[in-house]
Design a protein around this ligand. Sequence first.
Ligand SMILES: N[C@@H](CCC(=O)N[C@@H](CS)C(=O)NCC(=O)O)C(=O)O
Length: 332
Amino acid sequence: MSAPNDIILFHYPFSPFAKRVVWYLTLRQIPYAQCLQPATLPRPDLSQLGISYRRIPILSLGKSIYCDTRLILSKLDAAFPHSNLSPPSVEQTAIRKLLESWTIDGGIFARAAQSLPPDLPIMKDATFTKDREAYTGRSWSQESVSALRPEALVHIRSAFDELENGLLADGRAWILNTAEPGSADIDTIWPFHWLIGLKVALPKQLISSQSHPRVFAWCDRFDEAIKRAKASIPKPVTLKGEEAASFIKSASLPHVEFGADPVFEGDPTGLKPGMMVESWPTDSGFRNKDRGKLVKLNKQECVIENEMGLRIHHPRWNFRVNRVEEGREAKL
Ligand SMILES: N[C@@H](CCC(=O)N[C@@H](CS)C(=O)NCC(=O)O)C(=O)O
């Protein structure tokens, strides 16, 4: 079994973060393989590769494992240049990054997750809620979920308003007024598209196609564009965990390194190549630390080589990397 373009996407299809990567690959017409994962831990397909990072999606390119959609998308931009999704101007590139930061760090995703109604069957599934307590570090009890929801909906309504009366107010088709949907649409649409698609998440008296017609129409247009793009590339090859693992283990390291800043000198952490380190996200999924030899640390990423010789790439934003004593038991 092989993976088109050496890409394997580990995800589950209803993950809104994973959709960012699926849409990107689809719109850019880059064929890929996928290895479908359960929505909760354990994920033996990843454990057998010595990957502790628990968030979805993860993307492998040869023997390199990329964590976090921001890093994944910039790596794909570098590995497959000449993207028709690149925003045309410096200003638009900057806005794109700000929109990405708004949806990921500006609280939109967190509030979207808190908007889910407590009576959804999945919110009563103890395996799921216990798993998400470990992932978010907050309580997912029925009481806590109910208590957080009203405020979350107030925030989400503001976010819908921002788009309706902001970037989409002039009736443009795409967020940066491009001819086709671009990266800026992917960076903005995913939490809105997710909530609208869930049908039951948004109370109609607050947010609907009547109150926010431009946002809803933008999501419909985006779905149509994805449908068209999907029809003109091969379906992703679906690999079983064993197949994905043997492909990755026998792959080489042909990954494209982006960023002309491979130096360690001057990194505020003082870490040096060859040191044993642990690296993990600090905003969610923080209990799962990857451990290995530090091979690269620059402004964009921290790369560690794990015990299986895989290179695990973490971004520097909202991640921590610490030195650990060689031989000390890893806390998984
Ligand atoms: N900043 C990360 C966040 C990824 C994330 O939180 N993904 C969610 C799924 S949408 C997740 O991992 N949930 C817990 C899990 O599936 O284990 C990214 O951009 O990739």
